[in-house]
Design a protein around this ligand. Sequence first.
Ligand code: AKG
Length: 401
Amino acid sequence: MSPAMAIVNNQSKSKSKSKANDGGDDDHVIMESQYQKGVKHLCENGIKKVPRKYILPDSDRPNNADKQQPLLHAAAAPNIKLPIIDFSELQGPNRAQVLKSLASACEEYGFFQVVNHGITNDVISNMIDVCTRFFDLPFEERSKYMSSDMTAPVRYGTSFNQNKDSVFCWRDFLKLMCNPESLPHWPSSPTDLRRLAATYAKETKYLFMEIVEAILESLGVWGATTMNNNKTEEDDGDSDDDDEILKQFEDGSQLMVVNYYPACPEPDLTLGMPPHSDYGFLTLLLQDHVQGLQIQHKDKWVTVQPIPNSFVVNVGDHLEIFSNGRYKSVLHRVLVNSAKSRISVASLHALPMESTVRPSPALIDKANPRRYKDTDFSSFLNYISSCEPKRKNFLESRKLI
Ligand SMILES: O=C(O)CCC(=O)C(=O)O
């Protein structure tokens, strides 16, 4: 079925359903088809309350304090300064020291913030600006890119997985695959989007490559690792292997997800993004000046304080697997607020789609037995298209112990 068909069918199915659910409350009588058009569209049509479609059960709301996992009230959640990695120091005589900080950030937080990374403020502000202008376009223009095909080169949509989520989250998105064949499919409006987003993609990929090299070195697997099916545990690492690994990352996939979170009339009832971990190896996140990202740290939700022009980098599921659990792919979520909309750009980097990810043999021994099954991109896609992703279920499904 084409994506358009899927939406048309939802519309006719859910007219009577939403009336029944909403009990005649005018604020809530909004048809399913309207939700499918996204939160921005909903807000543009004027709403004063959060429709039921977005209202989380008490236990999942931002301010819930779960008894088993006592997470702080969101409003009282302390801000956190993530460990800061000064990228320019990585290139100099203090590299060994910075690698140690990098390792402990990945072990303790699964997150760090990169400053002095060499991507100019212009490239960054141009990206935020052009993405803002994209979301400012009339709905008819944005909706040209709506698709439920997870492999589409460009995809505009809403919520986390709008075909599966029973409760929607308060975000719209534009997803851009970053391989050269995809670029001609990116939105043609605003007219400078392709140029500015392509520059941004190229620069973040370069930064990613530098960070990956540092991460492999910090794990002590540089020169001693194997990554894919063709290698065996007996292979000795050498510089050819290192080149091969870097080549795989160079050829790997990059997906840019532009998240738009409109201001929300009742932010305590919903979330911009539910708790999730990222599937890939590393994510480089750019956020505007509005805070909203929270990470789970020591069983508490803590808010990440944005640092202008920095990147928030987080360990993805593939890196947790590759590091045999030493580096942590940590749950994070996004709060919305009643005063301001927020934009973020997540650049998700992974190995090529056909690669197998497994724990590095160099990190397995008697004291540290293999903790994860092999995995690949298609098992992840099958997983998310067949269920409502809650928390970090996919990674859980790969665990051996
Ligand atoms: O908007 C943010 O701060 C986080 C976005 C995110 O978690 C994601 O795109 O996976």
